[in-house]
Ligand binder design. Structure first.
Ligand code: HEC
Length: 526
């Protein structure tokens, strides 16, 4: 470090601390706190949603200021379990250290309201499907009554699809009927008749099963939902399959409630608009692959770590990851080691919480080269000091579907790799999307500069709209009409622009919908 820099540093530190010391007086609800709350908390803390009280006004927030300071300080709220310093995912909802500090300073300095005129408007939350008109609506066949006994309940509903043929599926959207009690949902599909048998054996609509479906269905991790999660269409050419005559297995976690309530939820299915070239496959890592930690048994009173290992046989593109354990689960770390020795961080959960599990979807596909060793490591806490331990005193626990048994599962959704996958955007939407969703977005062209091999054009729409896409030259003359008022669904789309017949030069790609327009420069080198 140079002498002058060394001299400067203490001065900078001093400057930083003065700035910080001045800040608390200036922090106001209107200008600093409301934007944080409305973006990160109100989506769940509003009428009819999963959280037990609303956070929609100065009064709401001031009345619970101390608890809010506490739960944000320990990062219990917002409930986002994946460590954002390890890997970012879609729908990530976390506060920065600076935002947490702002909440603390604001609370400690007397909950200044500030000028209410400066408060941002409450966000509006879309009602109905986010993706437009579903192709298939699969409702619960009757309302289910969740007793007001302050108990959690994991209930499975077997929903017929009555499809005469197999269909390719681009998106599965769960719509909670009663968000007040609906904590999360896991959706499987089944072509055996096992679920109907379990349903018939159990009184009432559906059957109760913790942790899994009570048997191994055709696909146990077909789709899922947690509060705050947005359904998205798979990029063109990618999708899942819904088998002819398959039953949808909807497992809903109903949270504790003091009042008996009813729920009728719905699963919306969006068929693929274009033929699926690559089906999304699910790879589960299970205790069969454990290499460190021995047999999957967690002795009473112990903290135990298991590590499983799987060697990826061919190049793959990772789409999402879903770790699963029950109540003794404490942490997860999942990563890959490429043949070159480089590490691919996949997910890290420092504080596993059965109540807040879900599928973590990557914003872009991540390439896992052939022969990458994937490691999944989970730690279980079977000591009496673990407040979530279902046994007191602790008992030795092993694999099983019951609340009191444990699981070690990590599901990966992937497709076989194709060159260019790294640039396939599942969504370029940021965590702000709920509040400032642009009507349309044109993604960066790829590659750019481009040659004779063509260019990939990507765009996304907030709602279905007619799209016009034109290529103009540097003088603004139309060189090619790529799309003319063609209606596209909401979500991301991709097109290929062939450049073979175009001379080298500067171009512009213009995307237009009735309420927006965006252009990007394209350089062709030949
Ligand atoms: C994904 C939905 C969701 C989001 C986002 C969310 N909460 Fe919550 N919150 C809940 C639920 C559900 C509960 C009740 C169950 C629990 O405590 O886990 C809760 C409980 C709380 C509690 C009471 C905790 C207690 O133990 O008494 C506070 C305070 C709170 N939230 C504040 C916040 C704040 C502040 C934010 C934003 C920074 C936020 N929440 C974001 C769902 C959410």
């Amino acid at each position: 470090m140079s002498a002058s820099l060394r001299f400067l540093l203490p001065a900078l530190a001093l400057l930083a601390s003065t700035v910080h010391a001045q800040q608390p007086q200036q922090l106001t609800y209107s200008e600093h706190i409301a934007p944080i709350i409305y973006q990160h908390c109100t989506p769940c803390h509003r009428p009819g949603e999963v959280a037990p009280f609303t956070l929609q006004s100065y009064q709401d927030v001031a009345a619970r200021a101390q608890t809010i300071k506490f739960v944000t300080g320990i990062r219990y709220m917002p409930p986002w379990k994946a460590d954002p310093s390890y890997r970012h995912f879609l729908d990530e909802n976390t506060l920065t250290s600076q935002q947490i500090q702002q909440i603390q300073d604001w609370v400690d300095n007397g909950l200044q309201r500030g000028n209410p005129a400066l408060e941002p408007p409450l966000p509006t939350f879309p009602a109905g499907s986010r993706l437009g008109q579903p192709d298939l609506v699969v409702p619960m066949q009757e309302a289910f009554t969740h007793q007001g006994n302050l108990q959690d309940l994991y209930r499975i509903f077997v929903l017929p699809t009555n499809l005469p043929t197999d269909r390719d599926v681009a998106a599965v959207e769960f719509r909670a009927g009663n968000r007040r009690i609906t904590h999360h949902a896991i959706i499987g599909i089944d072509t055996t008749r096992r679920a109907q048998v379990l349903d018939a054996q159990s009184p009432g609509y559906g059957y109760t099963q913790f942790g899994g479906f009570g048997f191994n269905p055709t696909e146990s991790n077909w789709a899922g939902w947690v509060p705050g999660m947005t359904a998205r269409l798979a990029p063109n050419g990618l999708g899942k399959k819904l088998y002819r005559g398959a039953k949808i297995l909807l497992q809903v976690h109903y949270g504790p409630t003091a009042l008996t309530q009813k729920d009728s939820s719905v699963v919306n299915i969006f068929f693929s608009r274009q033929p699926v070239q690559r089906y999304i496959q699910t790879l589960p890592m299970t205790p069969l692959q454990i290499t460190v930690g021995g047999t999957f048994v967690i002795p009473a009173g112990q903290l135990k770590t298991f590590r499983a290992e799987y060697r990826m046989p061919a190049d793959a593109s990772l789409i999402s990851v879903l770790p699963h354990a029950h109540l003794l689960g404490k942490s997860w770390k999942v990563w890959g080691v490429k043949p070159t020795g480089d590490t691919i961080p996949i997910i890290k959960i420092n504080d596993w919480d059965f109540n807040w599990q879900g599928s973590y979807r990557l914003p872009n596909l991540v390439k896992i080269p052939a022969n990458t060793r994937i490691f999944a490591e989970a730690t279980y806490d079977n000591r009496a000091s673990n407040p979530r331990n279902p046994f007191n005193p602790p008992q030795t626990v092993s694999w099983g579907e019951e609340t009191t048994a444990e699981m070690f599962l990590c599901y990966f959704d992937f497709v076989p790799y194709r060159p260019g996958d790294e640039n396939l955007v599942l969504s370029a939407q940021t965590e702000n999307e709920l509040f400032q969703r642009p009507a349309m977005r044109l993604y960066p062209l790829y590659p750019n500069p481009a040659g004779a091999e063509g260019v990939t054009l990507g765009f996304s729409l907030a709602r279905p709209a007619p799209v016009t896409l034109t290529l103009t030259d540097a003088q603004g003359r139309v060189v090619r009409r790529i799309l003319q008022d063609e209606t596209y669904s909401a979500g991301p789309h991709q097109l290929r622009l062939s450049t073979a017949s175009l001379p080298a030069g500067l171009y512009q790609v213009r995307l237009q919908t009735p309420d927006a327009e965006e252009t990007q420069k394209l350089t062709l080198l030949k």
